[in-house]
Design a protein around this ligand. Structure first.
Ligand code: PEP
Ligand code: MG
Length: 581
């Protein structure tokens, strides 16, 4: 059993067999075999070689039949390599004399062959090197050490262990089989983490180099609440986690009963509870958990989930699907927030040294009207089918807001001229994600219909901490006093101007922090759907006066850690049921 620690980014516990994704740069763990198991290990290697040999022979014949003998010979050459006596002698020596696992020996030897061939700087031999790598990968797959199957072809439940996942790879994980995942890199506020929450997949990221320790781990526990990953758990640990899972399920059943009750404090203050989504299909989960609306629809995932650029019609259909499914409830659609860690497959910018400070989000949309216009047209058209509101991300200057609004107006005029049904007076809001925006908020409120604080970015830009970098994860704290002061200022300015203000960053999905936010004057929260039941329970367990006391006390503190400990302690007293060990 091996216990690893990382950053908990998506709550819940998942237990299942490990699936190590074979990615570029991945090394097979250095695994020793007990002397008593050496015969078995050599037998495993022989079986893997035989299976691959049969596969290559079949490929050779099929390819030759379709494309001619010379193409089929590619596989003949691979077969020859596979049966090279020197290769087998070396593999046998490593297993028998050095007690190496077959997988480790294969990866070491064939990796070296490939590098030797590449070093010769001859294009023909470099191609041979690719063949060697191909054989290595296939042998490893036959040995069960890695998988090359696309994750879309899974047939049984797995826990994915990998170096990293992009937001789009995370989005494409097959929810039917992938129960959770852990990665070596990644930070607490990155979009991989956000998508994991959306998919309700327990996840721990930023573990550091651990794939080489996976060894023969067949079973893995991902504890997404505490940021712990356990490889090869012993019976006692497994039992403990299974019991915890049962307690959690029981809590979920009890909380589900609150679904149709209002999110109102004991003293009658109503809080608007909406959900954040990345994909239209998530609407069902939102409604199941009693969301009053969609407070943030991250439309860039339309790009990230597909290799094909979405057309105006694709945008329109997605928005219409969401707003119709929400049956009259408000839907805040955020325009494309591409860039930084979310670029996906469409390289709109040169690689940037500081993508989070670069051409991302509204900056990118304004620079690429060919991208922005179809989205805005679709939005105005879809607004005919329900209560759609438009929200611009990362607005930092008034000029950006004005340019974006100008574009919306010209698009409305175009649609009118073309005789296409649309809504010309769609409500327009901005995300407050940059300290500059908070400082200028008294000006912004005069030009918007609503505001939504994006704490994920606000924390990153206030504290100068990259939200997806595990090396500075401990500095990424949404309860930092500086962040709290910015939120308080937003509430004051929006309140004076009478402009509705909500929070859609991850901070509000934490029940303890939500009490603080209510105390600061926030009345509208938007969170991943799976956070809704706990949040409603927290809200229904407190009075506003208690929340205000909590906020006042928290604002006297100087460190996020102290604030979080205090908030947890208060939550434990006010809503003990929510503290699941
Ligand atoms: C945020 O920054 O808080 C936010 C909600 O937007 P995203 O996480 O998509 O950047
Ligand atoms: Mg953001």
């Amino acid at each position: 059993m091996l216990e690893l620690h990382g950053i908990p980014v998506s709550p819940g516990v998942a237990i299942g067999p490990a699936l190590v994704l074979n990615r570029e740069g991945y090394r097979i763990p250095h695994c020793q075999v007990a002397s008593a198991d050496i015969e078995e290990e050599t037998l495993r290697l022989r079986r893997a070689v035989d299976a691959l040999s049969r596969g290559l022979e079949a490929s050779r014949m099929e390819t030759a039949a379709i494309a001619g003998d010379s193409t089929g010979d590619i596989f003949a050459a691979q077969l020859q390599m596979l049966h090279d006596p020197r290769l087998h002698a070396e593999l046998q020596r490593r297993i028998r004399q050095e007690n190496q696992s077959a997988a480790y020996a294969v990866s070491q030897v064939l990796h070296r062959y490939a590098s030797d061939l590449r070093r010769l700087d001859n294009s023909l031999l470099a191609q041979r090197a690719d063949d060697v790598v191909d054989i290595e990968q296939q042998l490893l797959e036959h040995l069960g050490a890695v998988t090359r199957r696309p994750l879309t072809e899974l047939t049984e439940p797995v826990i994915v262990l990998t170096h990293n996942l992009t937001p789009s790879e995370t989005a494409n994980l097959d929810r039917r089989y992938v129960r959770g995942f852990c990665t070596e890199i990644g930070g607490p506020g990155g979009h991989m983490a956000i998508v994991a929450k959306g998919l309700e997949l327990p996840a721990v990221v930023g573990i550091g180099d651990f794939l080489q320790s996976v060894g023969g781990a067949a079973m893995v526990i991902v504890d997404g609440d505490r940021g712990i990953v356990i490889l090869d758990p012993d019976k006692e640990t497994l039992r403990r986690y299974e019991e915890g899972r049962e307690r959690r399920q029981n809590l979920a059943i009890r909380l589900a009963q609150l679904r149709d009750l209002p999110a109102v404090t004991i003293d009658g203050v109503a809080i608007s509870l909406s959900a954040n989504i990345e994909f239209p299909h998530e609407v069902a989960a939102c409604l199941e958990r009693g969301a009053m609306g969609i407070g943030l629809y991250r439309t860039e995932f339309l790009y990230l989930a597909s290799n094909v650029e979405p057309s105006e019609q694709d945008h329109y259909e997605a928005y219409r699907e969401v707003v119709e499914a929400m049956g009259g409830r408000p839907v805040v659609i955020r325009t494309l927030d591409l860039g930084a860690d979310k670029m996906g497959s469409r390289p709109l910018t040169e690689p940037e040294p500081n993508p989070f400070l670069g051409l991302r989000s509204i900056r990118l949309s304004l620079k690429h009207p060919e991208l922005f216009r179809p989205q805005l047209r679709a939005l105005l058209r879809a607004a005919m089918h329900g209560d759609i509101r438009v929200m611009f991300p990362l607005i930092t200057t008034l000029s950006e807001l004005r340019q974006a609004k100008f574009l919306v107006n010209t698009i409305a005029e175009d649609l009118a001229e073309e005789g296409i049904p649309h809504r010309h007076d769609i409500p327009i809001g901005i995300m407050v994600e940059v300290p500059a925006t908070v400082l200028m908020l008294d000006r912004f409120v005069k030009e918007v219909d609503f505001l939504s604080i994006g704490t994920n970015d606000l924390v990153q830009y206030t504290l100068a901490v990259d939200r997806s970098n595990e090396c500075v994860a401990d500095l990424y704290q949404s309860s930092d006093p500086a962040v709290l002061r910015l939120i308080r200022r937003c509430v004051e300015v929006a309140g004076e101007a009478g402009v509705p203000l909500g929070i859609c960053g991850e901070m509000s999905s934490n029940p303890a922090r939500s009490l603080l936010l209510l105390g600061l004057g926030v009345r509208s929260l938007s969170v991943p759907p799976n956070a809704l039941p706990k949040l409603k329970k927290a809200i229904r367990s407190v009075t506003l006066e208690q929340c205000e006391e909590i906020a006042a006390r928290a604002l006297t503190m100087e460190a996020a850690r102290d604030i979080d400990l205090y908030l947890l302690e208060r939550l434990g007293k006010l809503a003990p049921e929510l503290i699941v060990s």
